[in-house]
Write a protein that binds this ligand. Sequence first.
Ligand code: NAD
Length: 357
Amino acid sequence: MQAFIYNAQAARVLFGAGTLAQLPQEAERLNMQRALVLCTPEQLTQTQRVADLLGSKCVGTYHKAVMHVPVETASAACEEAKRLNADGLVAFGGGSTTGLAKAIALETGLPILAIPTSYAGSEMTSIYGITDGGIKKTGKHPKVLPRTVIYDPELSLSLPLGLSITSGMNALAHAAEGLYAQDRNPMTRLMAMEGIASLAKALPLIRMQSDHTEGRARALYGAWLCGSVLGSVGMALHHKLCHTLGGSFNLPHAEVHTVVLPHALAFNAMAAPDAMNDLAHTLGVDNGPLGVYQLAKDNGAPVALKDIGMKAADLDLAADLAVKQPYWNPRPFGLAQRDEIRALLQRAFEGVTPGYG
Ligand code: NAD
């Protein structure tokens, strides 16, 4: 066995249906006397329960979280936290809300208690992102890692079916790329395989019945593990492509992950045979990338970039941008591989089965 370094996540995790009820004790544990609750406008009603549970320990609810954390939103939220003299942040929602909490924590050092209601996994990472002038800048800082995470599957029952499947595939993408990450280790492999297995079981249950209790619990458990992989190791080609497509062409985050993943995996298959074996074994199929494609398709998720807002005319530019500043990848991709990346994007655009371009 090779030597490795594993950085455990610092967060305390509570998992299970009904765990939201423990929020007051958990906020107390973090010495929060004046918590600011964060959410999106869409989840304001749902968030009222969080404010009610905190009672006098809640100084306000800021409901303006939006996708990709625009710098103006982050600044206004920081001002609100300072104005209210908040001593902690409770992020209730998906990756956009957690992202806003991280932006405030980066500036103020306030502790975050996260209550994820989607499967994005941001609550398990110290990665933050802020968008300024249309460009999303990301970074890493330990102070943005939530101190406590409450995973209550009952809160994800309201996640719309389509987003539940694509958000689950988004989570799966973290683990799939974690399997061949340059800094992978036996712990992240365990978490990745268990996370993928759990999501692969969960998504068909949710597709069949959106409020399937066991399906929702398995999906959230998988999302936790996959998010932990994302927080522990570096990502590669797939995340670079999604960052490019989402950032420069404004494609929806979870959907773009869903569509691109099988193609990025197929591109890497020859260079990462052990990871492909793990993936195929975990999914119970012969071909991992094809298994991932089929999982998305069978559960009604989009499989083509053309169906989620991408224009054919932008594919050339997307390929140019993706190879400009490449991430580490098991199969190198840079200016010299521009045509292979363009071919990958074409397959993803059309939604055909993944190939070994
Ligand atoms: P999101 O947070 O934007 O949520 C999408 C929509 O679904 C929002 O309107 C939200 O309010 C709603 N929603 C979420 N949970 C719901 C529920 N249970 N019931 C009803 N509605 C619900 O999307 P997302 O996919 O969760 O997160 C995507 C964002 O997170 C992206 O900006 C991405 O870059 C970021 N992200 C960051 C990291 C990181 O480590 N920093 C990791 C993953 C994702």
